[in-house]
Design a protein around this ligand. Sequence first.
Ligand code: GLU
Length: 529
Amino acid sequence: MAENIRVRFAPSPTGRLHIGGARTAIFNWAFAHAMGGTFILRIEDTDPERSTEENVAVILNAMKWLGLDWDEGPEVGGEAGPYFQMQRMGTYAEALERLKERGAVYPCFCTKEELDAKRKAAEDAGQAYEGYDGTCRDLDPAEAARRIEAGEPHVWRLKVPRDHGPIEFDDAVYGHTSFPADVMDDMILVRTDGSPTYNFAVVCDDSYMGITHVSRGDDHLSNTPRQILIYEALGLPIPTFAHLSMILGPDGKKLSKRHGATSVEEYRDRGFLPDAMVNFLALLGWSLDGETTIMSRETICTEFSLDRITKKDAIFDETKLNWMNGQYIQQAGAEAWTQAAEPWLVETVALGRSVPEGANVVPTANPSDPNAPQPEPVQITDAAREAAAAEVEGGLGYFERAYPLVAERLQRLDEIPDKLAFLFWGANCRLDEKSVKKVLLKDGARADEAIAACREVLSDEANPWEAAVLEEKCRALAEPLDMKLKNLLQPLRVAVCGNMVSPPLFEAIELMDRADVLARIDAVVARVF
Ligand code: GLU
């Protein structure tokens, strides 16, 4: 029978779920699925200052949003629980008893002041401090017992075997790895207050929970030999380790705030789809075949294997993520898109309806030049947002019809308001200054004539309100007016959509009603000509 694979993701809830943590979670989740194993979520909440309930909730929400369901852990429970380290103190105490019985630990009474003084002395003598010097290692056990009995503060240290050869293990990513044991000092496992140190708690939990494979960031690589010593001291089997390379920004430096968003939440709020995020993060250090970029969760979960993880650092390429997200938006289909996009659709309606009265000409947005005049942001009131939310909730079908307008033009959902708010302007158009100059006021282009002619077509009740019909009738005007198609239709586009760059014009027109389109044309004509 195949080994019963058990893996875990063990975040410390000290902040949001970082991109690197999410990648680790995805690798473990996918590996568990591919191997028919169990994916465990364990919360390492022993840092009392920074581990808050709120942070736990943030992490669980991010995991849920990514769709990384765990088989055992918070909320779902499981036989190896509890899954919060703070609730596992009893198991650490038991493990300490076991180590005492095995003679693998000893109490140490050295005070912080004494240890600091030794460190300072070594430094003053120009030597590197080599860690704890073993002062209490050979204390007479009876004396040690007496001092404990008398209530003297003490920690418990691991008695690292003096004759231990190099600590070796076969890392699933880094391959055969070896650390000299003689540089490992007798590390503290349990502090004076009885709390376990990080390495001790992790080993206790991983062994208690039956973890077979530990995949985690390679910032933990230096902890691994220490953890192996603890497993050996406990006489417990050592899991397979897989250390995952770092994620770097495009500049080759470790991914950090400097590079922009670093938490899963921020990506969610910027309109990335969870499927795209999972796909993108799965490829940070793993590949299916070295070529395929777009792959479903099912493929990732079936095909994932540790031997295709690279030890090369992974580069976080946001341009690729944007592109990939665009692909997922295209694949999503109208219904799924509408659901995922709901918050931005609310923003779209609110934005469109909040444009000040009358046709407004606004400076062309120029994000690359901060000194150029920028359009004033439209002020949206809470009431407008509430009304928009109700409107969107009751009218998702409308947005399903709008999806084809933008499906191929979006990379992120947060681009929707900018692209679709015009649908909700009514007569309060927000006209792009450059488009007004280049299209409506262009010398000799007869934009006013073009708009008037198209308006005739659009106002004729005999013409059914269908994109194809309206487009054909408008295009047919080019010949009698002796006008290039571009000169004929661009002015209409600017009048209706506010900009010479817009989604397909007649499909957009079909989404508005006749009276609305005529009203905006009239407002623009009155404002501009
Ligand atoms: N709690 C640790 C962290 O968030 C992970 C420990 C581990 O994976 O062994 O970095």
